[in-house]
Write a protein that binds this ligand. Structure first.
Ligand code: AMP
Length: 605
């Protein structure tokens, strides 16, 4: 599928026609110095002067020229939009309503959303195929509350919409996926720290395929030291700047344009020049490099802690892909994370479209250090193509039974014996809807730091790992901070104490989770719904209770399963489900694509 990708900045436009599978370009254009003197248009490498003062005029001239030599058919136009706010958590077809929302977000992204929307409006006048917005914030829509909440007065934060959004999502999504493919693994089995180090810089913690922390915040100003932006500073400094008599615009200018590498080095924001001057002994340039690297290392350590470990650390973008020295400064002495840096390989990195990944860790390094060539345009093409395919798939006419699971535990045979005596076998009370699963006569008490939950049912048969599934309400009751996880995915989760009969106790080192709401289905069901194992979907609940659509529902496909969605008691109560459960219909496939089979291996989403 050929997609035209358009990326409009305030004084620049970039556009490329891309094949979403191969990433091959069949044409590209660049407009520079738009609205300034000496505006130029470069089409497929050939530059000419351009008489245009705004995005509409520029695109009206540039797009027909770009399409002159293009013989295929455009399936869609994918527009990069920096800020999607709370409203857009995935690629979206742009209609008038969507345009209005993008406009309403001008106040939170004043530098980016206005030119993005100008480009959209201009392109819609020129091309009649579907126009799709792909948001830089969307990949971070999975941030948990603890990561997106700023610890300031809740009322003020809510009134003004002060929260972390995160940016560079398109790049973090792309490089984490390419890194996982390089490791011959699935992103959903890995904890990856992605470092996008370009002129703008950000780090993301991608835990099992989902962004759970990122360094940019409500605006792209927070986090790492960047080309011209300060990144993290004590908020008291901002107050001090105001007290010194500076205006809002002046402070904005200082933090966004006169800080970062540029502010520290005093010679501009290009790291190549700064490295050169540092090697000649310039102290300001040396300090700029040290502060930059130190900040990235600090974030890597923090994000490894947030995820309870890390399997790969990825460097990307202008600095990450090209600066041997900066990678060295950041990646050395990370052995405590299991990441052993290999200097020779670091020096030899040379990325290209054919070789987009280089390894800079030693062979015995448990955590891999990777350099990955980012390709945001290709990621926008992949996401746009996915939406086009989904629009052509009918959904919603197949019903899914929904069942509410009360808190329960799955135990290993060893734990059963520790709780009920040597050689003890669980006994069946009643069968469950999933084949060969049963509720046992036996129950346990779950002891948390705060309180104890008694009479918690054990489900059989025994399993290779202990798993204690509780609701969010139970978590607070017990005082345990349980992560939302798919069944079986208990590594690095918190533990608890279980008490069986006769007061026998066992301390579990891990295993307490809040089950990720999920649907069990057979391969034939998956085909009918157009989904695959571990896709994430939206399900609209049809019950006599409160109408509710659940996002973030995990699909589990196995031939031994029976079609059924499982939610916990909190979720069931939220939809006021009767005891007998309800029916749900699949309304959307979100996040991780349903079209993996149609992509080549390298492109797997
Ligand atoms: P980006 O925003 O991803 O295009 O990155 C642009 C930045 O990457 C430039 O401002 C430079 O600071 C940096 N950069 C590009 N190439 C090199 C290089 N060979 N060595 C050091 N820094 C580089």
């Amino acid at each position: 599928m050929k997609i035209l990708i358009i990326n409009c900045g305030s004084s620049s436009i970039k556009a490329s026609i891309i094949d979403h599978q191969s990433g091959e370009r069949s044409g590209d254009l660049k407009v520079q110095r738009l609205g300034e003197e000496g505006c130029t248009l470069e089409i497929n490498g050939k530059s000419e002067a351009l008489t245009a003062t705004n995005h509409q005029d520029a695109l009206a001239i540039a797009i027909p020229k770009l399409l002159e030599n293009f013989e295929g058919e455009l399936a869609a136009v994918g527009h990069r939009v920096v800020h999607g706010g709370e409203q857009f958590q995935k690629p979206t077809i742009i209609d008038d309503e969507v345009e209005k929302v993008i406009e309403s977000l001008f106040k939170v992204a004043p530098l980016h959303n206005p030119p993005n929307l100008a480009g959209i409006r201009a392109a819609k006048k020129l091309l009649s195929c579907p126009h799709i917005a792909v948001f830089d914030t969307a990949f971070h829509s999975t941030l948990p509350k603890r990561a997106k909440t700023y610890a300031i007065d809740t009322e003020i934060a809510n009134d003004l919409g002060l929260r972390r959004y995160g940016f560079h999502g398109v790049s973090h999504a792309y490089v984490s996926k390419v890194a996982a493919a390089h490791m011959e693994s699935d992103r959903r089995d890995l904890r990856i720290i992605t470092c996008h180090l370009g002129n703008g810089c950000s780090v993301a913690a991608v835990e099992y395929g989902r962004s759970i922390e990122t360094s940019m915040g409500m605006t792209p100003l927070e986090g790492l030291v960047m080309g011209t932006r300060s990144g993290d500073i004590d908020p008291g400094i901002i107050l001090e700047l105001f007290r010194s008599g500076k205006t809002v615009d002046e402070v904005d200018e200082i933090l966004n344009r006169r800080s970062g590498l540029s502010g520290l080095s005093g010679i501009g924001n290009d790291l190549r020049d700064i490295e050169e001057r540092a090697s000649e002994g310039d102290e300001n340039c040396r300090l700029a490099i040290q502060v930059f690297a130190h900040r990235v290392r600090k974030y890597i350590g923090a994000y490894a802690a947030a995820m309870g470990g890390v399997d790969a650390i990825v460097f990307t973008a202008g600095i990450g892909e090209n600066s041997v020295m900066m990678r060295h400064r950041i990646a050395q002495r990370l052995d405590f994370l299991g990441a052993v840096f290999w200097e020779d390989h670091n020096r030899d990195v040379s990325l290209s479209a054919e070789n987009p990944v280089a390894e800079i860790s030693t062979r015995n390094s448990r955590c891999r250090l990777l350099v990955v060539k980012t390709d945001e345009e290709k990621q926008i093409a992949i996401e746009s193509a996915k939406l086009v395919l989904e629009m052509n798939t009918t959904k919603g006419d197949l019903e899914i039974p929904v069942a509410v699971s009360a808190r329960h535990v799955h135990l290993t045979q060893e734990t059963v014996e520790a709780l009920f005596g040597e050689g003890y076998q669980l006994t069946e009370r009643n069968p469950l809807s999933q084949p060969n699963q049963f509720a046992c006569n036996e129950t346990v008490s779950i002891v948390g730091p705060k309180r104890t939950l008694e009479n918690v049912r054990i489900l059989g048969p025994t399993r290779p790992k202990n798993q204690v599934e509780i609701s969010r309400t139970d978590e607070f009751f017990l005082g345990i901070d349980a992560p939302v996880r798919a069944s079986g995915d208990v590594d690095n989760s918190p533990g608890c104490t279980l008490i069986g009969t006769d007061g026998r106790r066992i301390e579990l080192k891990q295993g307490v989770i809040c089950a990720w709401r999920h649907i069990h289905m057979q391969p034939e069901d998956a085909e009918k719904f157009g989904v695959q194992d571990r896709d994430v979907v939206e399900i609209a609940i049809q019950s006599n209770g409160r109408k509710l659509t659940f996002g973030d529902v995990l699909v589990r496909v196995k031939s031994s399963y029976k079609l059924e969605m499982h939610i916990d008691t909190d979720e069931g109560n939220a939809a006021e489900l009767a005891r007998g459960g309800a029916q749900g219909v699949l309304v959307n496939v979100e996040g991780l694509a349903s079209m993996r089979t149609r992509l080549t291996k390298h492109d797997q989403v």
